[in-house]
Design a binder for this molecule. Structure first.
Ligand SMILES: [Fe+2]
Ligand SMILES: [Fe+2]
Length: 264
């Protein structure tokens, strides 16, 4: 159920949770930056299109949107992109060129509305600069998170996500153990390349966020987090030495289906 609320004075969240069978829940967040030129960051899940669009309209008249920033072209970030672009004729689509190219294989992305960005490049949205940042962990080569130099928020895309036991709005409603288990297992499952990483490369990437020192971390897959940068960076540093994730196989699927049919 998509729910909209204010995170900090100029940033709103449209938050939802996706249930993962036998595992927990994954937050799926989109954000509205109430900049002079308003920016929607990601577009939620297609399975709850109506709810997402309703939640968006409680925050802004989509016609007032000037930018729609897609952090990467995974389905949980682009679920309502077509609907949003239709409802927001004055908005340009900001994305990495590879994301646009890949989406164009599925539907005709309006190329005259597209704005291509690489990590390190910025757009000016009137009262602030938004810089594309490649987060330390990413599951898709087109990923561009955002550093907002006015609010000092870091929109980290899939990085710092966690699978949690139940939907929560406030990060402090998670026990420390739930956060650490949820974040390390999500990070390993979503970024299997981390187990073949060269030594030092991950710690450099983590250090770059440490130096950025964002006032708030806005992950697509965790409630907003303030004042816990060190704790979160330390958790990700532990991922390469954690046990690699093994995805459920056909045997597991058959068990799940049997459970759903009321078997054992
Ligand atoms: Fe992703
Ligand atoms: Fe995601």
């Amino acid at each position: 159920m998509a729910k909209a609320y204010e995170v900090i004075p100029d940033i709103e969240i449209i938050s939802s949770y996706f249930p993962i069978p036998n595992t927990g829940f994954l937050a799926v967040n989109a954000f509205l930056i109430k900049a002079k030129e308003p920016v929607l960051v990601d577009t939620g899940m297609g399975i709850e299109s109506e709810e997402f669009m309703e939640a968006l309209k409680t925050l802004i008249d989509p016609k007032d949107l000037k930018w729609v920033w897609i952090t990467h072209d995974d389905a949980d970030h682009t679920g309502n992109l077509k609907e949003v672009l239709e409802a927001a004729p004055n908005a340009r689509l900001v994305a990495n060129s590879l994301a646009v190219l890949r989406m164009s294989t599925a539907w005709p992305v309006p190329m005259d509305r597209v704005y291509w960005l690489n990590p390190g490049e910025s757009i000016d949205v009137g009262d602030r600069k938004l810089t594309a940042v490649r987060p330390p962990l990413f599951d898709n080569p087109t990923t561009i998170g955002i550093y907002d130099d006015k609010s000092e928020a870091f929109f980290s895309a899939d990085c710092f996500g966690a699978i949690v036991p139940s939907p929560v709005q406030n990060i402090d409603d998670l026990k420390e153990e739930e956060l650490s288990q949820g974040m390390i297992s999500w990070a390993g499952a979503d970024n299997p390349w981390i187990y073949m990483n060269k030594p030092g490369v991950l710690s450099q990437a983590l250090d770059s966020i440490r130096k950025m020192a964002p006032k708030i971390i806005l992950s697509s897959h965790l409630p907003p987090v303030q004042g816990k940068n060190e704790q979160l960076l330390d958790l990700l540093a532990k991922v390469p030495s954690s046990a690699p994730f093994v995805a459920p196989n056909q045997e597991a699927l058959e068990q799940i289906l049997a459970q759903m049919r009321g078997g054992n």
